[in-house]
Design a protein around this ligand. Structure first.
Ligand SMILES: O=C(O)CCC(=O)C(=O)O
Length: 203
């Protein structure tokens, strides 16, 4: 059985953008006040010890990362889970998914003209591990442009510093979790992406 992370309890700090209906429709929830400015400053400070590289894309089939600047324009730092303990605790609070069932957090920075084209986050890491949910935590908001778009669902999210966007997904061919980050028009945008694995998966 493929068990995907889900937000079960909807609270007043959340906007449910798509209710989710397995296996075709994702649950998409925007969580406000997910992380404080102080915590964001801490994470940004710690991230400076890592090398920034061009942000990668990944293969849905193999989970492998590769660089393709025509698909994703931005920079990325791969952090240690220990750098983002507070954020990981929040993810656990909302989903029950702990750090063993997620990847290392990635900080992605979109500068002038930065973007990522339409893609799905679902991917097979190995026979036991598949990405099944994502938190996109906004840590720097652009002045204009840079919205997160779901073209098949007609949803557009304006990044707000401290909010986090949750989505889940399945391997279903017609799954409607395709999303993108539109080009930055003015300012800059930074996010932390946390991929959660589906659990109890067997081929
Ligand atoms: O930046 C966003 O709004 C979406 C991020 C995203 O889809 C990704 O990093 O794969």
């Amino acid at each position: 059985m493929f068990k995907v992370p889900t937000i079960k309890k909807i609270t007043s700090n959340m906007e449910v953008l798509c209710k989710g209906k397995f296996p075709e429709y994702p649950q998409i929830v925007l969580i406000h006040d997910f992380i404080s400015d102080e915590e964001i400053d801490n994470i940004i400070e710690v991230s400076k010890k890592y090398q920034e590289n061009p942000a990668t894309c990944w293969s849905v089939v193999t989970g492998e990362d590769y660089v393709d600047a025509s698909f994703r324009k931005g920079d990325m730092v791969i952090m240690e889970k220990s750098d983002c303990q507070h954020l990981i605790k929040e993810i656990f609070k909302y989903t029950g998914w702990g750090e063993d069932d997620m990847e290392r957090p990635k900080m992605i920075h979109y500068g002038s003209d930065g973007y990522v084209n339409d893609h799905m986050d679902y991917s097979i890491i190995n026979s036991e591990r598949q990405r099944a949910g994502t938190f996109v935590t906004y840590i720097k908001e652009p002045i204009s442009g840079g919205r997160t778009l779901y073209p098949e669902l007609d949803i557009a999210i304006t990044p707000r510093k401290g909010s986090s966007l949750f989505m889940n997904y399945s391997p279903h061919k017609t799954h409607k979790s395709t999303h993108a980050s539109e080009k930055i028009i003015e300012g800059e945008k930074s996010i932390i992406t946390s991929f959660l694995y589906g659990i109890e998966y067997r081929i």
